[in-house]
Design a protein around this ligand. Structure first.
Ligand code: ATP
Length: 642
């Protein structure tokens, strides 16, 4: 099976990391050889593989001339899809296009949602419950002993195409000792400045904020766990969010990256479960969690799970996590040990519900983290399926909580479908604003000069932990390989890497063994990695919200950080006005060339309405069209998140 091992000195021949490797296991070596990488200028990458039968589009970005010659099926040999790749409406989401839904899709039949890799059929996803289009129900890719006894062969793709291997990956057991469970990183020098942030709560009768954790009247175990975690006082989103949730209100909360949103929802929920004496039981073939938490990527949901496990430590409340890329049977066995708080990515969650292992009738809390992402065109159908699951209480009979650092107004409007009409909207700071602890710099580049610039930058950052964001999975492999060849200790994460590799990459990055992580958007949201000092946008994203999340991987929890973005006027012009706004709202220097670019040509209509808040306040949907459109679109067209 092909795997990529990004070493400081890579071998001449690198095995390519993508899911096609999995598909070809045992049949094709599918080795990718990097034969050149220096002549820049044309999109001449030739990647001979059987990728991209569906959804191949004209190349957009790129520009590094390289020659990848895959050893697999060479039927098409065009390969380089660039950013323009679209699904042609086929609704197939093959492995080469999908980072998020390919793995996390609900799999209720196909359809014609072919845009940007969010097709109905999640072929090639790690768990992609596949709908056969007719009565297939939920059928995960890695069916095992828990599969329903119907006729589908889990190893075969629908339509009798290629065989796919069973997913057998089981992550290492987590350490159980307190020191590991409560390991945390220190808050930074700007933590106290959180108190100066403007907070706005809109909606009727909001409860008063708390100023200290003591005021939250938490039970003893939870108080102890908070203190072992090193939290001394709540952050603003916690000060306001905790009492709102404890008062039983639905909530849409928007607060800057790295400001403690996870604890803002976990603490009041766990408090209520503990106060009610909720206890996990392994004596049931049907587990009925009181809480479901969804997030868009595997790594993020795992992180949320670890937080939940930490805060529930020593109590009878049992959190469990389910996500793609890991053997489903393993996760279901874990669920069956007792499950009060089920954390999951949408596809796998729908899968385990569909297998009859999870019942929703006792559900009290539904939490969407990165809610604007969970409700954009990629995941919204899955969210609708989730709330339509058998036994799921109606929105009137459950508490629904949404959190993100960005909340475009059109997504807010859509989100209201999932919330009671009297939900509260909590805005901490500028809605959708960047964290002001991140120093943002932009440099103008041409696409041909990016790679050398990156190398220059990394030579000055030394062993600082740096995340480098690129537009596509292929680009991630390519840049990571290039950096390795230049002796920069690098690893990479993207949706074509196997889960084992993704977890290893994150572990290597976290530990500093590989201080540079080249990533696609899959790593843009939520990841809380200590000591990331630097984010580089090698390719700027298509929408400004994505930019805000990416740079938010640094400057967390009162620490400072730096973000450097390569701005290619040819490709990034549509972002200019949003960047100007983001920079100025975060008190950053705005380069004059950026201002010129923003005010020229396509104009400044995006400035109006940018500073959105609770959409019920009259909002500015019309004005904010450009921003909203960009924000609602998938984070990247070529690839997705998980
Ligand atoms: N009250 C607190 N005191 C000290 N540290 C805290 C507190 N609350 C949260 N943290 C820490 O701050 C960091 C960021 O928190 P978290 O990951 O919840 O941020 P977030 O707002 O969800 O960010 P993002 O928008 O990127 O998802 C974590 O390491 C968390 O443990």
């Amino acid at each position: 099976m092909g795997t990529i091992t990004l070493l400081a000195k890579p071998p001449v021949s690198l095995k390519k990391a993508n899911k096609m490797d999995e598909w070809n296991e045992g049949t094709t070596s599918n080795t990718t050889t990097v034969t050149s990488q220096s002549s820049e200028g044309t999109q001449r990458d030739s990647w001979n593989s059987d990728r991209g039968k569906y959804g191949r589009g004209g190349g957009g970005r790129g520009g590094f001339q390289s020659s990848f010659s895959g050893g697999g099926n060479s039927e098409d040999g065009i390969g380089f899809r660039g950013r323009g790749g679209r699904g042609g409406g086929r609704g197939f989401d093959r492995a080469d296009r999908s980072e998020s839904n390919g793995e996390e899709g609900g799999g209720f039949g196909g359809g014609s949602r072919g845009r940007g890799g969010r097709g109905g059929f999640r072929q090639g996803g790690d768990d992609g419950p596949r709908g056969g289009g007719s009565g297939g129900g939920y059928q995960g890719r890695d069916e095992d002993s828990f599969a329903r006894g119907d006729s589908k062969d889990p190893e075969k793709k629908d339509g009798g195409e290629e065989e796919r291997p069973r997913i057998t990956y089981v992550p290492e057991a987590l350490p159980e000792d307190e020191a590991s469970i409560f390991a945390h990183y220190e808050k930074g020098i700007n933590f106290a400045k959180y108190d100066d942030i403007t907070v706005d709560v809109s909606g009727s009768n909001p409860p008063p904020a708390i100023m200290t954790f003591e005021e939250a009247a938490l039970c003893e175990s939870l108080r102890k766990n908070i203190s072992k975690t090193g939290y001394v006082k709540p952050t603003p989103v916690q000060k306001y969010g905790i009492p709102i949730i404890s008062a039983g209100r639905d909530l849409m909360a928007c607060a800057q990256t790295g400001s403690g949103k996870t604890a803002a929802f976990l603490l009041p929920i766990l408090q209520q479960l503990m106060a009610d004496g909720v206890a996990a039981s392994s004596f049931s073939e049907l587990q009925e969690p009181e809480v479901i938490i969804v997030a868009p990527t595997r790594e993020l949901i795992n992180q949320i799970y670890l937080e939940a496990r930490k805060f529930a430590f020593g109590t009878c409340v049992r959190p469990v996590v389910v996500y793609g890329g890991v053997a489903t049977g393993h996760q279901i066995r874990d669920v069956l040990k007792g499950c009060n708080v089920l954390c999951g990515t949408p596809g796998r969650l729908l899968d385990v519900i569909g297998r009859g292992k999870i019942g929703c009738s006792k559900l009290r809390y539904l939490v969407m983290d990165e809610a604007d992402r969970m409700l954009d065109m990629g995941f919204e159908p899955d969210m609708r399926r989730l709330v339509a699951s058998p036994g799921m209480p109606t929105k009137e009979n459950r508490q629904t909580l949404m959190f993100s650092a960005t909340f475009p107004e059109d997504i807010q409007r859509l989100a209201a479908d999932f919330l009671k009409t009297d939900y509260l909207f909590l805005a901490v700071g500028v809605v959708g604003g960047a964290c002001s602890d991140v120093e943002q710099k932009l440099v103008q580049v041409t696409k041909f000069s990016k790679r050398e610039k990156l190398l220059d930058v990394l030579k000055t950052t030394g062993t600082e932990r740096t995340m480098v964001f690129v537009a596509t999975k292929r680009q991630a492999d390519f840049i990571a390989t290039y950096l390795c060849q230049e002796n920069v200790l690098t690893t990479s994460i993207h949706g074509d890497r196997e889960q084992r590799e993704r977890e290893q990459a994150l572990a290597d990055f976290r530990s500093g063994r590989r201080p540079v992580l080249v990533a696609t958007s899959v790593a843009a949201r939520g990841l809380d990695i200590p000591d990331v000092q630097h984010v580089v946008n090698f390719d700027l994203p298509d929408n400004i919200d994505e930019y805000v999340h990416r740079i938010g991987r640094t400057g967390r929890c009162g620490n400072t950080g730096r973000a450097l973005s390569f701005y290619d006027p040819e490709a990034d012009g549509q972002l200019a006005r949003f960047l100007v706004t983001i920079l100025s709202k975060a008190q950053q220097e705005v380069p004059s060339w950026l201002e010129e670019s923003a005010f020229s040509g396509s104009g400044s209509e995006g400035f109006k309405g940018f500073n959105s808040t609770d959409s019920r306040k009259g909002g500015s949907f019309a004005d904010s069209g450009a921003r909203s459109q960009a924000a609602a679109a998938p984070a990247a067209e070529d690839e997705e998140w998980e």
